[in-house]
Design a protein around this ligand. Sequence first.
Ligand SMILES: Nc1ncnc2c1ncn2[C@@H]1O[C@H](COP(=O)(O)OP(=O)(O)O)[C@@H](O)[C@H]1O
Ligand SMILES: [Mg+2]
Length: 227
Amino acid sequence: MKKVFARTSNVERFILSMSRLQNRQEGIPGMALVYGEPGLGKTKTALWWIAQNDGVFIRTKKLMTGRWLLEEIVAELGEAPMRRISDLFRQAQEQLLEHPRTIFVDEADYLSHDARVLETLRDLHDITGSPIVLIGMDQADKKLARYKHLYDRFSEIVHFKSLTEQDIRMIADQLCEVALSDDAISYIAGQANKFRKIVVWLYRAEAIAKANSLKTVSAQHLNGAGK
Ligand SMILES: Nc1ncnc2c1ncn2[C@@H]1O[C@H](COP(=O)(O)OP(=O)(O)O)[C@@H](O)[C@H]1O
Ligand SMILES: [Mg+2]
């Protein structure tokens, strides 16, 4: 398997939303929500984007408080977190004003019960103008909709959808070391619609090709391999 990042249709929509977020006009709020079922590539896509743009990545923890979140943000922005929560907020604010960066908050579902933490993120965005992107699970849009002042600031909402047959073709062409016939792609689409599972099928295809000296793997070869 080639270790490359595949540009699926979800990824393309993510890239467009992020560039609109960076280039938005004055007065347009700059928060975004990225959501969808686990395993569709939300985290990976955010990390890939950060690798080539200015951004920091915060992985939310279940027990995270406002202070803990601010400490992580300040540390990711490259400063040693101070003790008092008011100092932490000021540190984050000064860093972002000096050097605006997009903050990605992954697993934001953990914060969806905590209005104060969400309001802290909103305040940080309002004061600094730096984009803040919340990444969450499938119902994250509904969970967050009740925080109207937050929700109103989502100028971009990216729904990561189940991978389509076309996505699987794209992923196979970019990652797999062996060619797959169209019926093999349809077969995989019938078995899996998440990245991890699709990659498992691509590994199987590579193994089958190797064992049988095949140039192209078809549905018939795959059928039975997953059992
Ligand atoms: N575009 C991509 N190209 C290559 N591998 C990917 C891509 N998107 C996701 N993956 C892989 O698929 C798996 C699931 O992705 P992840 O980002 O953890 O999903 P999510 O955050 O939506 O639950 C990971 O192993 C990840 O490395
Ligand atoms: Mg994730």
